[in-house]
Design a protein around this ligand. Structure first.
Ligand code: NI
Length: 263
């Protein structure tokens, strides 16, 4: 049994066949899914989708690209939305220092406000970093005392040093399709050096399909492909990867009671 800890099931690319995608993924052993919002509207969609689908949970928050939309009113609305029992995390939140993104200070402010929100809600965070890993680690270290409910660094592609600092903060390292790419030798070396007890699996679908499906629409059904590659990197069985990463995700997102209740 596998858990896809980060996906976008309400993405437009799934609008015609999501039920089929979910049942096919379940056939491949993927039993739970955490679908993620990236702004307020998509967070509402994620929660509604989770409410109507067994085994689907929601992560809600405002992505760095939309940091300017996070005013006090929106923050309050996210807080209200988080009262829903299917909301298991705040995210994806974080920093992205690429072209056409909001100013760094504005992104950091939105990131910190949502770390604070997650702490007040006693929920873990799901963190996104692009071209900004150093700054993300810095912000998290500065807010160390607010990370008691943990979090995950989604779609990890940073260095071993950053991964160690994140783990030291109580974060999990989430491994997705990028780890299977032919040019991912350095990332694979990093993953090899990390304890399996700190690793989660994710697809980030519909983006970043694993090798040999790179470029195609990604789906939670590709989790076993990512897991097989991880098993090879760690020199353990796929069963071991499934068992340990599922336990990690259940612990971080407190899914155990919910899975039993089949909500
Ligand atoms: Ni994502």
């Amino acid at each position: 049994m596998f858990i896809d800890t980060h996906c976008h099931l309400t993405d437009k690319q799934f609008e015609n066949d999501i039920e089929k995608v979910l049942s096919c993924s379940k056939d491949f052993g993927v039993s739970s899914f955490i679908t993620s919002g990236y702004d307020f509207a998509s967070s509402v969609q994620a929660v509604e989708f989770a409410l109507h689908h067994q085994g689907v949970y929601a992560s809600i928050g405002v992505y760095p690209e939309f940091a300017p939309s996070l005013d006090e009113q929106t923050l309050e609305k996210i807080k209200d939305l988080a009262q829903n029992k299917k909301v298991v995390a705040i995210g994806e939140i974080g920093l992205q220092f690429t072209e056409n993104c909001p100013p760094k200070e504005e992104q950091i402010k939105a990131f910190e406000k949502q770390i604070e929100l997650a702490y007040s809600l006693k929920k873990p965070i799901v963190v996104h970093a692009r071209e900004a890993m150093g700054a993300v680690v810095e912000v998290l270290e500065k807010n160390r005392e607010k990370l008691v409910y943990g979090g995950t660094m989604h779609c990890y592609s940073g260095s071993l040093e950053s991964a160690k600092r994140l783990i030291d903060l109580g974060m999990y390292i989430s491994v997705g399709g990028v780890s299977t790419f032919k040019n991912a030798a350095k990332l694979q070396q990093t993953i090899k050096a990390l304890p399996l007890e700190k690793i989660l699996l994710e697809t980030d679908c519909p983006y970043l399909a694993p090798h040999p499906y790179r470029g195609e629409r990604n789906s939670p059904a590709f989790i076993p492909t990512i897991a097989q590659n991880l098993a090879k990197i760690k020199d353990v069985s796929v069963d071991e990867v499934a068992k340990v990463t599922t336990k990690n995700a259940q612990k971080l997102f407190k899914l155990e009671g919910m899975d039993a209740a089949q909500i």
